[in-house]
Unconditional design. Structure first.
Length: 470
């Protein structure tokens, strides 16, 4: 083990160990306090990352299981949300393997890609089309971004040569669009399922697929539509007119060849999956919850041999998320059932005094707190899994409308990632290309978060009131 890894590992070991040795505070049982130590160990492991998320998770639960009830850490792997995320993230591989994602992009660009701004909107449309059924926005970015980067390089805009000519704009916009489509659908990214699960468990709020979509279609839809033009205005490319890019797109289509049977089947399955997520809970003769629909979608891609077992096993991001989230969910769920979050909220309540404020003022303070701490988290999902239980418990001590709290925190779990270049895997992926500086990522991302805040407060809240969500 090298010195750097050891230094990162020390806080993951020493801080939880110190908590374990300290007597439980008043109001908590010793068993609950020991579970808190495990929770802190998992959280520090995910934030400090002495090893990758699944490795540090397995190390932690393996060692702690000798001293704590193993059911606490293993129970999360039986959670339907853990399996749901795994299924939708694996299905994403089908769009890459078949080439359907590329085909959609090339066809759109052949018809509409003439200006830089128009190209930006095509990027948005491609990502939007794929987003309902690709549960990892990071994986989705790996499908569409290379296509648009090829266009930038085709006009001699590379990270080393004239990045601001076109490539920097497309790179920045990719991150903005990825997070905007991610929040529009419950199945847009894995974090959404974590938020929905916590909201159901702690706030007794049911954020099913259709409720999420109805809530997001106006405010999140506006943020998505404004994304390309806002980024264009604050991070304008030097090249405005692209000329004729049809030959480049037609070459890409020629390399793909005629539409194959597996692409046609995947298209049908994709449409059926979206319909299942929208209307499945209303079907009386079958159990079509969103988790079931996701697994039916995956099973049919295997049945029709669109994917095989090697493809399933190759989705490292999906399995990584399943390993760390399953453990984290089990521990968080245990803490919730043992009353830890309510206890912690009671402590914070005395300092923040949110119960004395107007309900909407309390909502805004909770939202601002959620954004302010984003700079300390590398993993978007880890942030939600570890910090949202505290915010939800605090919300229950206030006069805040609970549905508004659930919805605003749900959507800004995604938008908040834009504050940094490491807030989400899509940001890490695009930043690593070298087209944009960290300063530009933070500046443009902060502007987009500000735009989203204005839209959700000025338009989203009245809209939710009109449709009866609160």
């Amino acid at each position: 083990m090298d010195k750097k890894t050891l230094l990162k590992l020390l806080p993951v070991i020493l801080i939880p160990l110190a908590l374990w040795m300290v007597p439980a505070p008043a109001g908590l049982k010793a068993e609950t306090w020991h579970t808190v130590a495990l929770y802190v160990a998992l959280l520090l492991g995910l934030v400090v990352r002495p090893f990758s998320e699944p490795i540090i998770t397995l190390i932690t639960i393996g060692l702690i299981s000798m001293f704590i009830n193993p059911k606490i850490v293993y129970s999360g792997y039986a959670a339907d949300m853990a399996w749901f995320m795994l299924a939708v993230m694996i299905v994403c591989a089908a769009f890459v393997k078949t080439g359907l994602g590329k085909r959609i992009a090339y066809n759109l660009l052949t018809r509409f890609g003439k200006t830089s701004l128009g190209l930006g909107y095509m990027l948005m449309i491609v990502d939007l089309i794929l987003s309902p059924a690709t549960g990892s926005n990071s994986s989705r970015t790996s499908i569409d971004y290379p296509i648009f980067r090829n266009i930038a390089e085709g006009v001699d805009s590379t990270p080393e040569k004239d990045p601001r000519k076109l490539g920097a704009y497309l790179t920045m916009l990719t991150y903005v669009v990825s997070m905007s489509t991610a929040v529009l659908f419950l199945t847009g990214m894995a974090t959404n399922a974590i938020t929905a699960s916590l909201a159901q468990k702690m706030l007794k709020v049911n954020l099913d697929w259709m409720t999420w979509f109805k809530a997001g279609i106006v405010p999140a839809g506006l943020v998505l539509l404004l994304g390309p033009i806002v980024v264009y205005m604050v991070y304008k490319p030097e090249l405005k007119n692209l000329g004729d890019i049809k030959p480049m797109m037609k070459k890409g289509l020629e390399e793909l060849g005629p539409m194959k049977n597996n692409e046609k089947i995947l298209t049908v399955l994709f449409i059926l999956a979206v319909l299942g997520w929208m209307f499945g809970p209303k079907v009386k003769f079958a159990n079509l919850s969103m988790q079931v629909v996701a697994f039916v979608f995956l099973s049919l891609t295997l049945l029709f041999k669109i994917l095989d077992w090697n493809d399933v096993m190759a989705q490292k991001g999906a399995w990584n998320t399943f390993v760390w989230y399953g453990a984290f969910y089990g521990v968080a769920n245990t803490l919730a059932s043992q009353g830890f979050y309510n206890w912690l909220a009671g402590i914070l309540k005395g300092y923040l005094k949110l119960s004395q404020l107007n309900g909407m003022a309390a909502v805004f303070i909770l939202l601002i707190i959620s954004l302010a701490v984003r700079y300390f988290f590398v993993s978007n999902s880890a942030f939600v899994a570890s910090f949202y239980p505290v915010l939800f418990a605090l919300a229950l001590t206030t006069k805040a409308p609970i549905m508004v709290v659930a919805l605003l925190l749900a959507f800004f779990a995604g938008y908040g990632s834009l504050l940094t270049h490491y807030g989400n895997g899509a940001g890490i992926y695009t930043f690593a290309t070298g087209y944009c500086t960290q300063k530009d990522f933070w500046r443009v991302g902060t502007i987009m978060v500000g735009v989203a805040l204005v839209i959700f407060i000025c338009i989203g809240l009245p809209y939710w009131k009109i449709i009866g969500l609160w």
